[in-house]
Design a protein around this ligand. Structure first.
Ligand code: DP6
Length: 328
């Protein structure tokens, strides 16, 4: 027994999306992406390697543990065991602060926290960059949950070059992501499948070229805290990702009527002088972006919309960190 080790990671919301891979095994993305960690959407994971176990024992609280999820966790532990030169099986308990599989990047915070906790438990010390490379192989977006605040993940042809790094700390900008929950059940088609279907859309190349342009626009607007430019390009980028998803074969339609209602409402508020924009991941929930001074007004309006079950208000969050509060 090497003792228990626990890590906490924030989910992240991508402004330039990761949608499509050039290598499905290493999870090398087609394009670079930029995201913000979400301080109120976290995963806490405890790992202990235990020589008395004959198999990994994985518990994902809140949602129950499917065999597929447990398998994916074990596969990731294998990467860490290989790195550490051990074969010991592990006990893993993970708890989310938010509903899983509903378009909040639960795999991002889950694999970031798993990577950090398992590396600590296996007594391997990696740099932040190495942790992002390892987390990426569990779930692409997880690499962006390792560094703090606003994070860019680089596309590359080799694993060693496809890492994530912070481009601004959490205090850089009081940007808010109001996650507008309209659906809490697990989505039918996960982002792993969606990511693998990108090449079947006739719009894949156009979206990729646009995402490359958006990377510079969004990075610069974010660093300059230019909300209008940032929000406009971020909303467009989400629409482009969903245009590819909708036109993939099979077609992936993540939106519900409530998603469209949120998009239309946000546009109407904008026209009436309340600055807010919307982005959407691989699920029906809206992620409504605004600056801190408008957050209370935007949240009140969102809560009054038909079909909205809850709003989780997020500020820019910290990077993955190890803590002493264990789950078992
Ligand atoms: C729409 O990181 O969940 O949230 O690498 O297969 O685990 P896997 O995919 P995942 O995809 C995230 C897709 C997205 C956009 C984004 O977060 O960039």
């Amino acid at each position: 027994m090497t003792g228990k080790h626990t890590a906490v990671s924030c989910a992240n919301i991508a402004f330039v999306k990761y949608w499509g891979r050039k290598d499905d095994v290493l999870r090398l993305p087609l394009n670079s992406s930029i995201a913000m960690n979400l301080d109120h959407a976290t995963t806490q994971t405890t790992v202990a390697f235990d020589p008395t176990l004959t198999a990994d024992h994985v518990t994902i609280e809140n949602t129950g543990t499917t065999p597929q999820a447990a398998r994916r966790v074990s596969d990731h532990l294998d990467r860490i065991r290989a790195r550490a030169g051990i074969e010991t099986r592990a006990r893993v308990v993970s708890r989310n602060s938010f509903p899983m599989g509903a378009g909040i990047a639960s795999s991002a915070s889950a694999f970031a926290a798993l990577t950090a906790a398992a590396c600590a438990a296996a007594r391997i010390t990696l740099s932040e960059r190495e942790l992002t490379i390892l987390a990426r192989q569990g779930s692409g977006s997880a690499c962006r949950s390792i560094p703090a605040g606003f994070v860019e993940w680089h596309t590359a042809d080799t694993s060693a070059e496809s890492y994530a790094e912070s481009i601004a700390p959490p205090e850089h900008w009081d940007l808010r992501d109001l996650i507008t929950i309209v659906q809490t059940e697990h989505k039918k088609v996960g982002s792993t499948t969606g990511n693998a279907l990108v090449h079947t859309s006739p719009f894949a190349d156009a979206r990729l070229a646009a995402a490359e342009r958006a990377l510079t626009i969004i990075r610069e607007a974010l660093l300059a805290r230019d909300f209008a430019t940032f929000g406009e390009e971020t909303e467009q980028e989400a629409l482009r990702m969903h245009a590819v998803a909708m036109t993939s074969r099979p077609s992936l339609l993540y939106w519900s009527p409530s998603t469209v209602r949120i998009l239309q409402a946000v546009r109407a508020w904008r026209e009436n002088g309340l600055p807010a924009y919307c982005t959407i991941d691989a699920g029906a929930n809206g992620h409504v972006l605004c600056e801190g001074i408008h957050a209370a007004a935007v949240e009140a309006k969102l809560r009054a919309l038909d079909g909205v079950q809850d709003v989780i208000a997020n500020r820019p969050g910290p990077g993955t960190h190890v803590i002493n509060t264990h789950l078992f």
